[in-house]
Write a protein that binds this ligand. Structure first.
Ligand code: EPZ
Length: 425
């Protein structure tokens, strides 16, 4: 099992390119199921989750073609062409779904295009139960016959019908699943309480380029007029706003000065605001962000909530920053019920964190000291790397397969910013 060995205490400096967004790429790959024509995606990040999704689609009969070397310095990423004309097995098996919950995103497209889907229930994960009841409720409202059999969601519909849908809570992949299904349904579908995340908008843009009729993406009411069929397209994946925020936090925690290219600040207002409150100087360019950190940041309280509020996927990284900042701050996690597992690991580095339900109270320390820590989930891993970069001495982060799911070549990018970091077997 790979580990990352970090010798901390070096302020990050320099420039790196941000990759394509994992949480945009995953639904976009599933959108290819909606048409028999080829769909080409560019700026695809090379991540384990992308590889898992490719495996899942291939075993359904989707032809997959990878073009170009991924992660080149120019930040162009890899290109993928997906051809679902030979789709012949609408099945998402447990072995793959348990590795990646986003597999549930094949459900809507399969029922809409193929008329049937058997998708394993994802099961819980480290950060929470994460049920898919809203995905099921929405498809049932659109006329799918849907039930749970031996741990699988089994859905059938000769032709989905447009419906007025209201999700009980804001759900990103729930909104994406239902929006994709509605593209080929008969009549109009309205999704109320829809997720407004930029990745939902990126997916809508791609679907529209395939011939879908969608309005309101990015607001909490999305209207979709069903069409007979969708055609192929070429779509460039948006930059990864969470990867961007992660490197901004790493620079802030180490008193560094960095420039991140091939990205945009327009999806990170809440994070940028908090980094400025922490004392960072931030300059926004058309496709780049520059951050200059103070010697020691000021602790800043945050509260996670659906977009455009502070993203839950940046909570762990910001906690690491607060661990070395001046002062005490509170972190309230309102999306997932168990997303503070990085706190006990950060405490091993000397952090002062008190957990009280869904609130963490963090008192910054002038310095942390390196230790061996264990990653538990994707963003917790990033939080431990950030703390290790800021700590004095050596930090060994174990189980970094979590990190490889969502960050492309993290140790190379950090080394390019001057970090003393290497992967050890
Ligand atoms: C997406 O997960 C992201 N993943 C997550 O990123 C992100 O943390 C999350 O949205 C919130 O922003 C992808 O886009 C692939 P939700 P998703 O449905 O869609 C509850 C990362 O680190 N809920 O918006 O699975 C759910 O339990 C990952 O990249 C139901 O109860 O999250 C959670 O408490 C982690 N029933 C809340 O809603 C449902 O049917 C929000 O979940 C659906 C969701």
């Amino acid at each position: 099992m790979d580990k990352l060995l970090i010798a901390g205490g070096v302020p990050l400096a320099g420039e790196i390119a941000i990759s394509g967004a994992k949480n945009a790429a995953l639904p976009l790959m599933c959108a290819a199921l909606l048409t028999p024509e080829p769909v080409t995606l560019t700026n695809v990040p090379e991540l384990n989750d992308i590889a898992t999704m490719l495996k899942l689609l291939a075993q359904m009969g989707v032809k997959v073609e990878k073009v170009g070397a991924g992660g080149t310095a120019g930040g162009e990423g890899m290109a993928l062409t997906l051809d679902a004309s030979g789709l012949n097995q609408p099945l998402a098996p447990y072995e793959l779904v348990k590795k990646m919950r986003a597999s549930v995103l094949v459900l809507g497209p399969l029922v809409a295009r193929y008329g049937e889907a058997r998708v394993s229930l994802p099961g819980g994960c480290a950060i929470g139960a994460r049920p898919v009841d809203q995905h099921i409720k929405g498809l049932a409202a659109m006329g799918a016959e849907i039930g749970i059999e031996q741990g699988y969601v089994h859905a059938r519909a000769a032709k989905l019908k447009g419906a007025r849908l209201f999700t009980d809570m804001v759900t990103v992949t729930g909104t994406e699943n239902l929006m994709m299904a509605a593209c080929l349904a008969a009549g109009e579908t309205v999704i109320e309480n829809a997720a407004r995340e930029p990745e939902v908008v990126d997916l809508a843009h791609c679907l529209i380029s395939m011939g879908a009729r969608i309005s309101g993406a990015g607001t909490d009411v999305i209207r979709i007029q069903g069409v007979e069929r969708l055609h192929g397209t070429t779509h460039r994946i948006m930059p990864d706003r969470i990867e961007t925020g992660t490197y901004l936090c790493a620079a802030a925690a180490t008193g560094g000065s960095v420039r991140l290219t091939h990205t945009s600040a327009s999806y990170l207002d809440a994070v940028i605001d908090k980094l400025m409150d922490a004392g960072c100087e931030i300059a926004l360019e058309r496709e780049a962000i520059r951050l200059k950190a103070p010697k020691r940041a000021t602790a800043v309280s945050i509260r996670t909530a659906p977009y455009p509020a502070f993203p839950t996927d940046m909570q762990a990284q910001f906690m690491a920053l607060n661990c070395v900042a001046e002062g005490t701050a509170t972190i309230r996690e309102t999306i997932f019920e168990n997303r503070f597992m990085h706190a006990v690991e950060l405490a091993r580095l000397g952090a002062d964190i008190k957990i009280d339900g869904n609130m963490a109270i963090v008192t910054g320390k002038p310095r942390l000291t390196g230790a061996t820590v264990m990653a538990t989930d994707l963003r917790a891993s990033a939080s431990l790397v950030i703390a290790g970069l800021a700590a004095e001495g050596e930090t060994l982060v174990d189980r970094i397969y979590h990190l490889d799911r969502g960050y492309e070549r993290m140790e190379e990018k950090l080394a390019a910013l001057g970090a003393r970091i290497r992967r050890v077997k």
